[in-house]
Design a protein around this ligand. Structure first.
Ligand code: PMT
Length: 410
């Protein structure tokens, strides 16, 4: 499975002959599991119709900046936020110049300025135009700002000339885009992650559980794998499929999760406890279904082991990150948990009567360690997990280098 799986790709199409390849680009991206939305410039319309791109992407195509219809479905700022990555293919010399100079006079340049997502361009133009110092200076400016430049390829051109300026093939573009999500920041680092709820059995048909869907923990596992880590995901019961490159250990109860984590942790470098582990379990498991004999039923509960605290208390603990799901006084209670459980960092997570966090596709976190807190604002869980994993990678590497040479990156 590609790293583009479940990613939101905004494809920009500008006015060059290579725009005839854009439907194939859309198809390759969708084959790789990405959701694709297309924004095209007015000149692109001379080479490819919006209807074709709408048909292959299965989404309305964005053509104008101030278009009442498009703005009423997903406005351009919302679209810029939606994107996990922007790919402009083909990118003409004119578009690259306008992007380099920060113009925002059409839908595509505006989206490129408004997005926080990485931007990649696939230049396509006549070979003289490509080699012109103005084009090369614009490219250098864009590269310096972190824009990825894919290609161009060399060969015979639509204008009859031969040289550099052909847009890369669609399959190549999809592969390069996928590679953007594989950062290598956690190369050869073993990361153990817990996710999802636990089920604490009362009898063969009933259990105590909570609303965790596992989405946040799975997103963290996916982001860690994309960063090059060897990822073990100890997962409570969920309906989610295992992310690419991740080894999943399925468990049911807190006791099973505790045992699985302890089996995996000895050679782990990083531990992230995202699971909503049940704090208590029924003291007694009833081997037969409990019958309704009376109006009241009392269940005696006993404490479950605290997995996070147990990992942090190991002799040579990994870099340990906990989550703190709280409904009120979120930061204060998270700080208390950081100290009580002895972890390196805690991600404070507001839950309760809000539309993000538990079960939702979106979340927001405040990362707290012994230094300043870092806020990761509301965004989709995949994006949030990538930001979280980048923070963990920085702090883990800094700690490994300064304090514990044995755990320095291998
Ligand atoms: O799964 P989703 O629907 O995507 O929702 C994500 C989430 C809201 C569940 C997740 O982002 C989150 O906040 N997870 C932590 C939930 C939780 O149990 O928090 P807590 O404050 O009760 O626990 C603090 C920490 O100790 C957590 O890292 C937890 O994994 C860990 N813990 C708790 C109890 C226990 N017995 N063992 C533990 O390891």
């Amino acid at each position: 499975m590609s790293s583009l799986n479940q990613k939101n790709v905004l494809l920009g199409v500008t006015g060059g002959i290579a725009a005839y390849k854009s439907p194939d680009v859309v198809r390759r991206l969708r084959d790789a599991g990405a959701a694709v939305r297309v924004a095209m410039t007015a000149n692109a319309g001379h080479f490819i119709t919006a209807l074709t791109l709408q048909a292959v992407s299965d989404q309305a195509v964005y053509r104008k900046l101030l278009d009442a219809d498009s703005e009423s479905t997903m406005g351009h700022i919302e679209l810029a936020r939606w994107a996990d990555v922007v790919l402009v293919a083909p990118a003409t010399a004119d578009f690259l110049a306008r992007l380099a100079h920060g113009l925002a006079d059409d839908i595509l340049t505006t989206l490129c300025l408004a997005t926080e997502a990485p931007v990649a361009v696939a230049p396509a133009m006549n070979q003289q135009m490509w080699q012109h110092p103005a084009s090369q200076e614009n490219l250098a400016t864009l590269r310096a700002r972190g824009v990825s430049v894919f290609g161009p390829a060399e060969g015979s051109q639509a204008c009859g000339e031969v040289g550099p300026g052909r847009m890369l093939e669609a399959a190549d573009l999809a592969e390069r885009l996928s590679a953007l999500f594989e950062s290598g920041a956690l190369d050869k680092v073993k990361v153990v992650i817990t996710a999802g709820p636990t089920h604490e059995a009362i009898d063969p048909v009933r259990n105590i559980t909570n609303r965790s869907s596992g989405k946040m923990g799975y997103a963290v596992a996916r982001a860690a794998a994309e960063s090059g880590a060897e990822v073990v995901l100890v997962s409570g019961p969920t309906y989610l499929s295992c992310p690419r490159g991740v080894r999943r250990i399925a468990v049911t109860s807190a006791a099973e999760m505790h045992a699985a984590v302890l089996r995996e942790i000895a050679d782990a470098d990083v531990f992230v406890g995202v699971a909503a582990v049940a704090d208590y379990r029924p003291e007694k498991f009833h081997p037969q279904k409990i019958k309704k004999h009376s109006d009241r039923l009392t269940l005696e509960l006993v404490r479950n082991p605290d997995i996070l605290a147990a990992v942090a208390a190991l002799d040579n603990p990994p870099y340990t990150v906990g989550f703190a799901a709280e409904t009120h006084n979120v930061e204060k209670l998270a700080r208390e948990k950081l100290l009580k459980k002895g972890v390196d960092m805690i991600a404070a997570n507001q839950v309760g009567d809000i539309d993000i966090g538990l079960e939702s596709d979106e979340n927001a976190l405040t990362l707290i360690d012994r230094g300043d807190a870092v806020s990761l604002p509301r965004m989709n869980k995949d994006k949030l997990a990538r930001a979280l994993v980048a923070e963990i990678a920085n702090r883990y590497c800094a700690k490994s280098r300064s304090k514990n040479p044995r755990r320095a990156r291998r």
